[in-house]
Write a protein that binds this ligand. Structure first.
Ligand SMILES: Cc1ncc(COP(=O)(O)O)c(C=O)c1O
Length: 445
């Protein structure tokens, strides 16, 4: 806005912020403000407590404003604000990489950093293409994603992703992309706890796709081990192992997008460990810093890294990186977060809590308009029947009344409510989440 045309703005004018993934007009009419957070709770500017049923956006796995993490960020800001990781490096980024390599299964020992999950996905896809190129198989350019996959909002991620609303408006996207079918079938799977019995055979669709395109043109397959943002779709039994087998058969890289499933969400450091399937690359973000500082990245197996380590030593082996890859503040936050996970045994706690959590979530089955509930690890999705001619309105109403009337933050996509609280939740706080979610669903009946 030019100085001449300056809008007279009140100190609390909400107009100028174009909010992401938000119904801006509705929000600005009746805002849901968050001013402060501690552990399991958010607080409104008036000081009203709002229990966090979604770990922010599936990221605050250690809870909010944890003292060791806050202190680490403060100390780091005072010591080293920024250092380039292009041709230089600072100690914490190496320390963090060793810690992540120790935490990740198998030989997933090499970390490359980004600032978000979307960038992590782009990075994984680019490394897959460059890997084949480096090995003399430059013809492997196709990327295979999955329907109902969510891989963030970059052009790579929306191309391999299968979230229709995310694809509708953005043109043709990447070429040479195909999709596996999604694995959800309500008739076969409704109200399943954990991995559904039905659907493992859907991995064989990769065989069909490999035949159709000629397997030697396919670089990588990318899937979320458990689809999160499109409504918590746990993998059917045997599905991921079968994907791994088919990828091995045809020399295709398998990429797991662990942006949500990483850092204890499924009761293990990473879903790769829980499902005992080793991908060639996996992405991470969110829980790596418990959401306190933006950070994402990928872990690659040794054979992937080694494929690049050739040629003249003064030449960068991978032409890729972000100014803020491995930012000192993010590294300090991540190291402190990993300490909290270790010291409080939060991954083990999540595993121990899973059965009780799944039982508690399933009690919501008796609420009005509930069509299905899926749950695994410390996640759950509740599908509500849509209001006639207003898809998404019922869950929106539940979210709104949840904040204003029942003291709970609910995360919604269309008419699905996703529950993914911080892993520090006590039994009483889980009960509070279930009770308040029930109230919000009833208010939206
Ligand atoms: C599986 C997955 N990949 C990627 C992303 C994108 O992450 P970001 O929003 O940090 O770009 C998300 C975000 O929810 C995600 O769930």
């Amino acid at each position: 806005m030019s100085a001449n045309a300056a809008r007279v703005s009140a100190p609390n004018d909400l107009e100028a912020f174009w909010m992401p993934f938000t119904s801006n007009r509705a929000f600005k009419k009746r805002p849901r403000m968050i001013a402060r957070a501690k552990d399991m709770y958010y607080y409104t500017p008036e000081g009203r407590a709002i229990i966090d049923s979604s770990a922010g956006l599936w990221c605050a796995n250690a809870g909010h404003n944890r003292e060791p993490i806050v202190k680490a960020i403060q100390a780091q800001a005072a010591e080293l604000d920024f250092a380039p990781n292009f041709q230089f490096g600072h100690p914490k980024v190496f320390e963090l990489s060793s810690r992540l390599a120790a935490l990740a299964p198998g030989d997933l020992d090499y970390a490359f950093y980004t600032n978000s999950g979307s960038e992590a996905v782009d990075t994984a896809l680019k490394i897959a293409l460059a890997y084949h190129h480096a090995r003399g198989e430059a013809g492997r350019t196709r990327l295979i994603g999955r329907e109902r996959g969510y891989h963030g909002v970059g052009f790579g991620g929306i191309s391999v992703g299968g979230m229709v609303a995310n694809r509708r408006t953005f043109g043709t996207m990447l070429s040479g992309v195909d999709h596996l079918p999604h694995t959800y079938n309500r008739a076969e799977q409704a109200f399943t706890k954990g991995e559904p019995e039905w659907g493992g055979h859907l991995a064989d669709e990769l065989e069909r796709i490999a035949q159709l395109h000629d397997a030697s043109t396919i670089a990588a397959v990318i899937v979320e081990p458990m689809a999160g943002s499109t409504g918590v779709l746990p993998p059917p039994k045997g599905y991921l192992k079968r994907l791994r087998q088919i990828c091995d058969k045809y020399g295709i890289l398998l990429i797991f997008d662990e942006v949500i499933t990483g850092f204890g969400r499924l009761g293990a450091p990473f879903a790769a460990e829980r499902f005992d399937v080793l991908p060639d690359i996996f992405t991470f973000a969110k829980g790596v810093t418990s959401g306190a500082v933006p950070m994402g990245g990928i872990m690659a197996r040794k054979h992937v890294y080694d494929a690049f380590m050739k040629g003249p030593e003064h030449v960068a082996e991978l032409f890729h990186g972000y100014t803020y890859s491995g930012h000192p503040l993010a590294c300090a936050a991540a190291l402190a977060t990993l300490d909290v996970y270790r010291d409080e045994k939060l991954f083990e706690k999540a595993k121990a809590m899973e059965e009780r959590w799944m039982e508690a979530v399933m009690t919501l089955r008796s609420q009005p308009n509930v069509l299905d509930i899926r749950t695994m690890g410390i996640t759950a999705a509740i599908d509500l029947a849509s209001r006639p001619d207003a898809v998404g309105k019922r869950a929106y109403d539940a979210m709104e009344t949840g904040y204003h009337d029942h003291g709970i933050m609910l995360r919604i996509t269309a008419d699905t409510i996703a529950l993914t609280p911080p892993l520090i939740a006590t039994d009483a706080q889980i009960d509070e989440i279930i009770e308040k979610t029930g109230k919000a669903i009833r208010s939206a009946a």
